[in-house]
Design a protein. Structure first.
Length: 257
């Protein structure tokens, strides 16, 4: 496929939209990579946008590292509780629902990979979503669990802990300095390697290794279509860029297939 940043348009282009619809109809295997922009359309604050109010005085490194959690577990837990509460106010948007609907109509054809931690894809119906950065709504043990570490009973607190050894529960997200979950990354890389078409939706393409999946797809012969209202670092490997929001673009692309 040719490198085609010249086909990245700043206005809606029905010819390019039709081309992407045709690729979707023809592709036996489709991988979709989504980023923060897609969640922002549902009203989910981006990571840095969540640093408002009482949290505005903190740097991300003070709230999203293992070192910060060990030093100030109550502070970090409270910030994640604040973010979790914000998710109660949001719902999957039309883009999430279009992807889930397509997957339901075409079992086995679409693999959804997300950098988002809000579970909106799962709530829309894509229960097999590959969540590269974990889930904001889930917890896990801070240290490797001992035989005494069980969810029930658990010591209430902020954060909760094992009543026997004191092991803390922590948000099940990937913090700065941590590796992505190996199983999720392997599954995402396999999907990028094997797909015939990759849709890259709502991501700036600056966070790795997630952004590298688009390069993997391109290098192995897949077409790459980017759906994002702003230019991204992945535009150079795109066959088509649609400068549109996900909730605007995905339903007409997917619902007719």
């Amino acid at each position: 496929m040719s490198v085609s940043t010249k086909r990245c348009v700043s206005v809606a282009d029905e010819a390019l939209r039709s081309q992407v619809r045709q690729w979707i109809a023809e592709a036996p295997r489709i991988a979709v990579l989504t980023g923060a922009g897609m969640s922002a359309e549902s009203g989910v604050p981006t990571f840095r946008d969540a640093l408002t109010g009482l949290w505005a005085r903190f740097n991300p490194e003070e709230l999203a590292t293992e070192t910060a959690f060990r030093a100030h577990p109550q502070r970090v837990w409270a910030w994640y509780a604040h973010r979790r509460a914000a998710l109660v106010q949001v719902a999957p948007n039309a883009g999430h629902l279009a992807l889930a609907g397509f997957a339901l109509r075409h079992p086995g054809r679409l693999t959804l990979i997300t950098q988002n931690v809000d579970d909106l894809h799962q709530r829309a119906g894509l229960v097999d979503t590959i969540a590269l950065h974990g889930s904001l709504l889930d917890d896990r043990w801070l240290d490797p669990p001992r035989t005494c570490c069980h969810i029930e009973p658990i010591q209430d607190g902020e954060p909760p802990s094992c009543p026997v050894c004191g092991n803390l529960r922590r948000p099940s997200v990937v913090w700065f300095g941590e590796s992505l979950p190996s199983a999720a990354l392997a599954a995402a890389e396999a999907a990028a390697h094997d797909c015939d078409l990759m849709l890259v939706v709502g991501t700036s393409g600056v966070v790795y290794p997630a952004a590298g999946l688009a390069f993997t797809a391109h290098q192995h012969g897949a077409r790459v279509a980017i759906i994002n209202p702003e230019p991204s670092d992945l535009d150079p490997v795109a066959d088509v860029c649609l400068r549109e929001l996900a909730a605007q673009s995905l339903p007409p692309l997917l619902e007719t297939s």
